[in-house]
Write a protein that binds this ligand. Sequence first.
Ligand SMILES: Cc1cc2nc3c(=O)[nH]c(=O)nc-3n(C[C@H](O)[C@H](O)[C@H](O)COP(=O)(O)OP(=O)(O)OC[C@H]3O[C@@H](n4cnc5c(N)ncnc54)[C@H](O)[C@@H]3O)c2cc1C
Length: 407
Amino acid sequence: MEREKKIEEYDVVIIGGGAGGLTAGIYSGRARLKTLLIEKSLVGGLATYTNEIENYPGFPEGTTGLGLMNLFEKQAKKFGVKFKGTDVKSVDFSGEVKIVETFRNIYKSKVVIVASGGRPRVTGAENEETFLFDKGISFCATCDAASNSGKDVLIIGSGDAAIEEGMFLTKFANKVIVSVIHDEGKMDCNEIAKAEALANPKMEFVWNTVVKRFEGGEHLENVVLENLRTKEEVNIKVPTCFEFIGYLPNTEIFNDKLNMTDKGYVLVNENMETNVSGVYAVGDVTDKFLKQVATAVGDGAIAGYAAEKFIAEEETYKSQILGKDGVVFVYDASEAGCRDCLAEVEKLEKEMQKNHCVTRVDIYKSRGLSDRMEIDEVPRLAIVKGGKIVKILGENFDPEEVKSILA
Ligand SMILES: Cc1cc2nc3c(=O)[nH]c(=O)nc-3n(C[C@H](O)[C@H](O)[C@H](O)COP(=O)(O)OP(=O)(O)OC[C@H]3O[C@@H](n4cnc5c(N)ncnc54)[C@H](O)[C@@H]3O)c2cc1C
C-alpha cells in the first residue's frame, strides 16, 4: 500500500542547493521567511566539482569550490534555512499555493525558487553508459585527480572548464591528453588558459577528434577517438576519461509549467520572475550570458529579496485591498492628471464618510499590487465589494455610480 505523503507548509521552497539556491536562502532566511532548500545530491552544486575558484570576489588567493560552498551553506543555516536531501519529483504551479513533491513529502509554499542548475553533457559515444562515473568516465577533476596520480588521462573538450581542469590534473597525472574537435591551435577556452595549456609540457593535444567508442572490462581501459578529417581511429589507453563538453539544464520537471528556451533554460526577467507569479528561477538553470558562481549569487540575492516583497504584497493585497468594501485609487503621484483625480477621490471619500474606505496605491511604489489588480494605466478606481474587485473606473468616474455600487 502506498504510504500517505507528509504535508509541510513554507513561505519559500528552493529547489537546488548550488550557489544560486544557497544565496536565495541566505536572503529569504534573513528576511525571516520560513525557508526550505531541497538538494538531491551535494549541497554546493556544481561549484564543488572544481578544485580552484580564482574569480570569486573576496578571495584574492583563490579558494576551493567545496570550501566556498561550505561557507554559503553555513551562512544559510545561520539564518534558519531548513535543508532536505532529496530529489524533487514534480511541481504544480497552477494554484496560488505552489506544490513541490518529493518521494515522501508534499511541500506547500507561497513562493518557489528554481535553482536546479545543469548537468554535464555526455558524448553519446558507444559504450559510454557502461563506464560512467566510478567506471572511468568522470566529470570531476577534483574528485578523481588523486586516484590518477602518475597515470595518463584523457580530456574531452577545449572550453574553459576542460582546459582549467586539465591544467589542474597535470599536478597529479603523468600526461594529460586533450581531444579537441577543432583544427590544430583552435580551442574554445579563453586566450590566457589556451596559452598556458599549450606551453605545459604535460599536456598533449589530439586535434580534429571526437570519441567513437569506450572500451574495457570492469573498468575503462581504452578510448577510441576518430579523426574527423582522415576518419582514422586513434587509441588512447587511459583508465580515466574526463568529459567537459558543456551542460544541460535540469528542467525536465518544469516542462509545460514554466516558459523556457528551446534548449530548456528557464526564461526570467531582471527580477528573476518566471512567467508564473510567485515562481522565480536563478543561476545556471536560466537563460543567461555568463554561468558562474558570482552571477548565480547575484540572481539568488534578487530572488530572495523578491520573494520577501512578493509575500508582503500578497498579504497587503488580501487584507488591505480585498479585505474591506470600498475604493482603491491607483495613481502615479508624479502625474498631474492623477493629482487632479486625487482631489475628486478625496471629495468622494468625505461624502462616503466612514461607511467605506479609500485605499491609495502609488503604481510607482507598489507595482506588484497594481499588477495583481490587473491595472496598468492610471489613474484608475477599483471598486471592491465582498472580497472582489467588481468594477474598474477611469478618471472621469461618476461619484454617484461608485456610491450605488457600494450601497
Ligand atoms: C568544472 C567546473 C569548474 C567551474 N569553475 C568555476 C569557477 O572557477 N568560477 C566560477 O565562478 N564558476 C565556475 N563554475 C561554474 C559554477 O560552478 C556554476 O556557475 C554554479 O555552480 C551555478 O550555480 P547554480 O546554483 O545555478 O547551479 P548548480 O551549482 O548546478 O546547483 C544546482 C543544484 O540543484 C540540484 N538539483 C537539480 N535538480 C534537482 C531536483 N529535481 N531536486 C533537488 N535538487 C536538484 C543539483 O543537484 C545541484 O546541486 C565551474 C563549473 C564546473 C563544472
